[in-house]
Write a protein that binds this ligand. Sequence first.
Ligand SMILES: C[S@@+](CC[C@H](N)C(=O)[O-])C[C@H]1O[C@@H](n2cnc3c(N)ncnc32)[C@H](O)[C@@H]1O
Length: 207
Amino acid sequence: METEKVQPRESVLDVGCGTGQTAAFLAERFHCQVTAIDNHPIMIAKAKERLKNNTPPIHLIEGDAENLRFADDSFDLVIAESVIVFTNISKTLSELARVLKNTGRLLIIEMTAEQILPVALQKEIRKLYGIEEVLREEEWISKLQLAGFTKIEIIKTPPALTPSEILDINQSKNIQSKFYDLLDEHQQFLLQYNHLISYRVFKCHLT
Ligand SMILES: C[S@@+](CC[C@H](N)C(=O)[O-])C[C@H]1O[C@@H](n2cnc3c(N)ncnc32)[C@H](O)[C@@H]1O
């Protein structure tokens, strides 16, 4: 985002905003008009708590990335951070293209396979994350093109994300132990397969 130069008059959509950390960052850093959506009521509740006193205010909506309730050409910048893989990818990408202004840009960071994954691993991913497929770089590009994006750039990023110290976790009460087990499984999985599964940041334009 350091190189993005978002203007205060620009409208930004953060799709799958989770607890609203990025939405808060965008509004604070760029003073732009931020809308954030997520389809999970707990995420929306946590984002609401985080963003309640935000200036400028953030428009927070419970909604589905596959069926956005915004008019065509609504946003100058659309962001999705680790969200599209959990949805019907083609449906979501065409919705993101629809709500983006012709002059706008899309920035996404998504799980990406480094090669064709063995069938057993694909099965494991389906079970652990509930996602149908992890696309390779060229498959992302082809789906982005099919959705209408013409200029697709891959932003250079470090091979692994640098862990950051997160100090503002608003943890739910009474989290069942099975969810901690799932978190452990996720962390183990990332460590074990980091040579096969990584991520890419794509910056895309419609024209
Ligand atoms: C891995 S989290 C990422 C959250 C946030 N973008 C971040 O980077 O902290 C994925 C988020 O996508 C949301 N999500 C998944 N499917 C969605 C859909 N169809 N529509 C909207 N949000 C969705 C989940 O509820 C969750 O908050």
